[in-house]
Design a protein around this ligand. Structure first.
Ligand code: FAD
Length: 362
C-alpha cells in the first residue's frame, strides 16, 4: 500500500540512471512543483528517512542494495527567454532536459552554452558539479539559481558568485551538499555572439568546416553540430543504443596539481613528461586523468567481470551487465595503480549513493 498518493514504493533505480546500476528506492516521488517538494520532504523528515535528489541520473551511481530512504525525482519542466539589458535571460526549470535548453538557445542565436551541447541530464544538476566541456562551463553564464533551502524551509535565490564554483565543483556538491534542492536556473546568454572556439578539437573542426565565414547564429549552430559529433565519437552522448554510453561520462576528475606536485610528476615521468596533456589554470596545473590511467597500464575496452573501460574513452567506466560493487572495485583498482605509478590520488566524479547514508553517519 502506498503511504501517500504521490509516493511509490520499491521503485527500481537502475533504469533511471545512464549507467543502469543500483537496486530499488524504498520510497520514490516525482516532484513537479515546490509545493510537492515541500510535502515530500516533510513526509521524509517525519519518518527520519534519508532523501536523495535525482535528476537525469547521468552522474549518479546507486548501491546494489538500492536506497533505504526517499528518492525525489525532479521532473518540473519549462524553458523561458526574456530580455535582460543587452543580453537574454534563459530561465529553465530544474527538471528540464539540459540539452533541450542548449538547443533552444542556439536556435535563437544566443551564445554562451553552445559547447555544453549534448551533456546528458537535467538543468537542476548543472550547477551541482558546474558542468563543463570543450572550454565552457555553466559558471560563466549562470546568473542565479532558485533553490529550496531545506534547513530554513525558504525558497532562496543565489547569485552565480554565491555558488562556490570551481572545476567540477560548487557549494551544492561541497560544503552545502543536501542543503538545497535547485528549482530553476537562470543563464545570461548573448545574442549575436560568435561561438566559443577555445578548445583545440572544436577549433580544428570549425576551421575545416569554414565556420568563420558563417553569420553568428549559423556559426553557433555549426559548433553545436561539431560538439555533438565529437561527443558521439567518444560515446559521450546519452544514447541507449550505444553500449559504451552506459556510463556516467568521465568517472574521474582531472587532477589539479600545485606547481611543486607537477614538478614531482614530471620528474617521475622522465622523458615521457612531454606526452602528458596539461591545462594550466592559475597557480595550478590540471593534468589529464585519462593519460595517467593509460600510462598506468589500462587500455580501452578492458573488462573486469560485468564492467569495464569504454572502448572509446579511457575515463569512462561502463556497465556491461555487472554491479555497482564490480564498478567500484574497478575504480579502486585504477586509483591504486595510478597512485602507485605517479603518487596521484584520482577522485571519482559521480555521486556514489550509499544504501543508507544515515547508517554510515552513525
Ligand atoms: C555520456 C555522459 C557524458 C557526460 N559528459 C559530461 C561533460 O562533458 N561534462 C560534465 O560536466 N558532465 C558530464 N557528464 C555528467 C553528467 O551528465 C552531468 O554531471 C549532469 O549535470 C548530471 O545531471 P543529472 O540530472 O543526470 O544529475 P543526477 O545524476 O540526477 O544528479 C547528480 C547530482 O546532482 C544532484 N541533483 C540533481 N538535481 C538536483 C536538483 N534539482 N537540486 C539539487 N541537487 C540536484 C543529485 O542529488 C546528485 O548529487 C556526462 C555523463 C554522461 C553519462
Amino acid at each position: 500500500m502506498n503511504p501517500q498518493p504521490e509516493l511509490l514504493e520499491n521503485v527500481p533505480l537502475a533504469p533511471l540512471t545512464t549507467i543502469g546500476l543500483g537496486g530499488p528506492a524504498r520510497f520514490f516521488a516525482r516532484v513537479r512543483s515546490s509545493a510537492g517538494l515541500v510535502r515530500a520532504l516533510r513526509w521524509a523528515a517525519e519518518r527520519d528517512l534519508p532523501v536523495q535528489v535525482l535528476g537525469g541520473g547521468s552522474n549518479t551511481v546507486f548501491a546494489d542494495e538500492g536506497f533505504a530512504g526517499l528518492v525525489l525525482h525532479i521532473v518540473s519542466r519549462g524553458i523561458a527567454f526574456r530580455p535582460d539589458g543587452e543580453a537574454v535571460l534563459c530561465v529553465a526549470q530544474a527538471g528540464s532536459v539540459w540539452d533541450d535548453v542548449v538547443a533552444a538557445a542556439v536556435a535563437q542565436g544566443l551564445g554562451g552554452i553552445e559547447c555544453l551541447s549534448g551533456i546528458p541530464g537535467s538543468v537542476g544538476a548543472t550547477p551541482v558539479q558546474n558542468v563543463g566541456a570543450y572550454g565552457q562551463e555553466i559558471a560563466e553564464t549562470l546568473k542565479w539559481v532558485r533553490a529550496y533551502e531545506r534547513p530554513s524551509g525558504r525558497i532562496v535565490r543565489l547569485r552565480g558568485e554565491e555558488c562556490g564554483f570551481g572545476y567540477r565543483q560548487s557549494r551544492f556538491k561541497g560544503p552545502d551538499r543536501d542543503r538545497f534542492v535547485i528549482l530553476a536556473v537562470a543563464m545570461r546568454l548573448r545574442p549575436g555572439e560568435r561561438p566559443h572556439l577555445g578548445y583545440r578539437e572544436v577549433a580544428a573542426r570549425a576551421l575545416q568546416d569554414g565556420v568563420a565565414g558563417l553569420p553568428p547564429a549559423e556559426a553557433l549552430a555549426a559548433v553545436r553540430r561539431i560538439v555533438l559529433d565529437l561527443r558521439r565519437g567518444k560515446s559521450m552522448l546519452r544514447d541507449l543504443s550505444d553500449p559504451n554510453a552506459r556510463s556516467v561520462g568521465s568517472f574521474f576528475l582531472n587532477p589539479v596539481l600545485t606547481k611543486a606536485q607537477y614538478a614531482g610528476l614530471k620528474y617521475r615521468l622522465g622523458t615521457k613528461a612531454t606526452e602528458l596533456p596539461v591545462f594550466p589554470s592559475g597557480e595550478s596545473v590540471k593534468v589529464s586523468a585519462a593519460w595517467l590511467i593509460g600510462a598506468a597500464g589500462f587500455t580501452r575496452g578492458e573488462r573486469r567481470d560485468g564492467v569495464g573501460i569504454s572502448e572509446r574513452h579511457l575515463l569512462a567506466l561502463v556497465n556491461r551487465g555487472g554491479s555497482t560493487r564490480q564498478l567500484l572495485a574497478l575504480s579502486d583498482e585504477i586509483r591504486r595503480a595510478v597512485a602507485r605509478a605517479f603518487a596521484i590520488e584520482l577522485q571519482p566524479e559521480p555521486v556514489i549513493v550509499p544504501f543508507d547514508p544515515q547508517s554510515r553517519k552513525a
